[in-house]
Design a protein around this ligand. Structure first.
Ligand code: ADP
Length: 645
């Protein structure tokens, strides 16, 4: 068995790997960039090596530095996690050449599956059904267009080197094709350094179903059943579950067998995932499921498989990398219950999912499900009740840490395992609702709203789900009068009046609270029922009250405390929400604009963000040019109310 392991990653996955390695008695080595000097994974590892500046291309993506760190600390093996260098065949080869153990797929399988076009060809040869389309031998735009016309719209343009949902464009009609192609190629070139694309038939009501496979160096390959990852936003997974809703045993058998065939075609070793797309317009049918791609690494959503199979996939990875046989045979693996995972992001759904960065003044994720006063099903009869389900939290941050603009904004994964899908979903909804995080904005409200959607609980999922339910799942939460009254009573009861209060104040009927520039008035005479507090979470710290409702959190500061009013109101000034580059400018000074109209596109954190007009008006100030770099907080555009828009 490996004695010491370097983890070439950061965040939750680095912490996750450290946990299993430690339980197996393996010494762990972390690597870190400038921004991560104080990060949790660094604190948790037995040793840590600084590998460079904050941007990943100077640190987490530099293979030589990572190998040097392993040599320096005497680590025998390298686990790449997911993302970064995990699917880089040259790095895998360099690790092996340096005499180290690579905890992952062989360089040749990574290469074989690395490009979507080559992988599809390989699968066709292995008799695995693939999505109809054009594999892109000829990249001439007019030729690609002709192929798309032949396939028939809608089509999906995909970067052959793409991943993580980037480098894809859906085209609904021929007239849009060239524009979409150009934008796809631009994104592919900047994200993957390869602008080649392929074209696929766009499957309507598609479901994303993937199969976890595992191989060892003794020629054994097993599958660990399927996951459904259909709940996606812009092709990025948001909620994942195992098993897949509506999967019958025959269809399961067929796709799991196809997955094992696919893995055998590349003599697969280690943990891998075969992704399929299913046309679910008439339920799941074995003849309507096609191979999409293989990910030759551990997936973000691996915990749901671990929960239903009882297997620690990281432990298996370390055993297989040490040369051991797979710990279980296919007939020893079975599905137990249901598990769902939700990805918690530092982003603001109400503001177009703009990443939210800064210090986590408050960061408390529920580790258990909260006991409720009343059970909804009993119609209000008093009863202590804990929602069923076993929570699991994976995170790489703790309170006081900062979210930097340099990396993926996923700050935690919330997972719930229960006997039934219904209980797993309801338990997870409670976890999302009780995530208390401030002042960073998160998608917890959005996750909660998704998990309680009747269509979701009924298992009617497909990749268009989020877009279709947009209006029901993206909304700002207001602190309810009842919630404010509860917060005010708790605050008055447990804390002496803050300093700076006027003497001779009237007996209080109202408490004015301030949070991030907003004023909330709590009316103490508001009637509250005993079970109203089931729907909110309160926490007092340093004389302030954190109120959490449906995943949204406010820090309530008594308005009479000096300095409580700091914070700006919107005056039409559009500030850069983070450092980035202006990649397109849609307006000029003096233009009339309508509320919601796109003003410019900012590229930041490897994503394109559209900034829009807050109300009807005129562009009064424009301080940037297309191509310009901006720092956080820079005034980009100022819209003045009125005008003739
Ligand atoms: P990535 O490597 O970026 O994850 P994938 O090829 O795995 O890209 O596709 C990501 C998602 O895009 C899928 O989960 C699915 O929702 C959607 N998708 C991919 N191919 C198609 C298709 N042919 N038709 C419809 N949706 C698709």
């Amino acid at each position: 068995m490996i004695q010491s392991l370097l983890i070439a990653n950061r965040g939750e996955i680095a912490c996750r790997i450290i946990r299993t390695a430690r339980a197996m008695g393996i010494r762990t080595v972390a690597v870190y960039s400038d921004a991560d000097a104080q990060a949790l994974h660094v604190r948790q590892a037995d040793a840590a090596v600084h590998i460079g500046p904050s941007p990943a291309r100077g640190s987490y993506l530099v293979g030589e530095k990572i190998i040097a760190a392993a040599k320096k600390t005497g680590a025998e093996a390298i686990h790449p996690g997911y993302g970064f260098l995990s699917e880089n065949a040259d790095f895998a080869q360099a690790v092996t050449d340096a005499g180290l153990i690579w905890v992952g797929a062989t360089p040749s399988s990574i290469r074989a599956m690395g490009l979507k076009d080559a992988a599809k060809k390989l699968m066709q040869d292995a008799g695995v059904p693939t999505t109809p389309g054009y594999l892109g031998e000829n990249q001439d735009p007019d030729h690609l267009k002709a192929e798309a016309d032949k396939i028939g719209y809608p089509v999906l343009i995909k970067a052959v080197a793409g991943g993580g949902g980037k480098g894809m464009r859906r085209v609904d009609d021929a007239a849009q094709f060239q524009e979409m192609l150009a934008s796809c190629k631009r994104e592919a070139a900047s994200s993957f350094g390869d602008d080649r694309v392929l074209i696929e038939k766009y499957i309507l009501s598609p479901r994303h179903i993937e199969v976890q496979v595992f191989g060892d160096t003794h020629g054994n390959i097993v599958h660990l059943f399927e996951r459904d990852c259909s709940l996606q936003r812009r092709h990025q997974k948001v909620i994942e579950e195992a098993p897949a809703p509506g999967m019958d045993p025959d269809t399961r058998e067929a796709i799991c067998a196809a997955a094992v065939r696919a893995a055998k075609a590349v003599d697969y070793v280690g943990a891998g995932t075969i992704e399929f797309i299913a046309d679910a317009s008439e339920g799941l049918r074995a003849d309507r499921i096609w191979f999409m791609e293989m990910n030759t690494r551990l997936q973000v959503e691996h915990p749901v498989t671990e929960e239903i199979t009882g297997v620690d996939l990281v432990e298996w990875q370390l055993r297989v990398a040490s040369g051991e046989k797979l710990p279980k045979r296919q007939d020893e693996l079975s599905i137990n219950g249901w598990a769902i995972e939700a990805r918690l992001y530092a982003e603001d759904p109400v503001k177009g999912f703009l990443p939210s960065i800064g210090r986590l003044d408050r960061f408390a994720l529920p580790r258990t499900l909260r006991t409720m006063r009343f059970r909804a099903e009993t119609g209000g009869a008093p009863e202590e009740w804990t929602p069923p389900g076993r929570p699991r939290i994976e995170t790489g941050v703790v309170e006081g840490d900062s979210i930097s603009p340099f990396y993926d904004p996923m700050i935690a994964k919330l997972i719930c395992h229960a006997d039934t899908r219904r209980d797993a979903a309801s338990g997870l909804a409670h976890l999302a609702a009780d995530a208390q995080i401030w002042p960073i904005h998160t998608n917890a409200t959005f996750l909660h709203a998704l998990l309680v959607q009747p269509d979701f609980t009924a298992g009617n999922v497909d990749t268009g789900f989020i877009e279709r339910h947009q209006e029901d799942v993206i909304f700002p939460v207001e602190p309810l009068p009842k919630a404010l009254a509860i917060a005010a009573r708790a605050q008055l009861g447990s804390y002496p009046a803050p300093t700076g209060f006027r003497l001779n104040a009237q007996p209080q009927q109202q408490v004015r609270f301030i949070d991030r520039g907003d004023v909330f008035v709590a009316d103490l005479s508001t009637r509250v029922a005993e079970n109203d507090s089931n729907f909110l979470l309160l926490h007092h710290q340093h004389g302030e009250t954190y109120l959490t409702l449906q995943g949204a959190t406010w820090r309530l500061t008594d308005a009479r405390v000096e300095g409580a009013g700091a914070g700006a109101a919107s005056d039409g000034a559009i500030l850069a929400p983070m450092p980035g580059k202006v990649i397109a400018l849609d307006v000029a000074q003096g233009d009339s604009v309508g509320a919601g109209q796109k003003l410019l596109t900012l590229e930041a954190m490897k994503m394109e963000h559209s900034l829009t007009a807050p109300f009807d008006g005129t562009v009064a100030e424009l301080t940037v040019e297309a191509g310009g770099q901006v720092t956080e907080g820079t005034l980009l555009v100022r819209v003045e109310r009125g005008g003739d828009a």
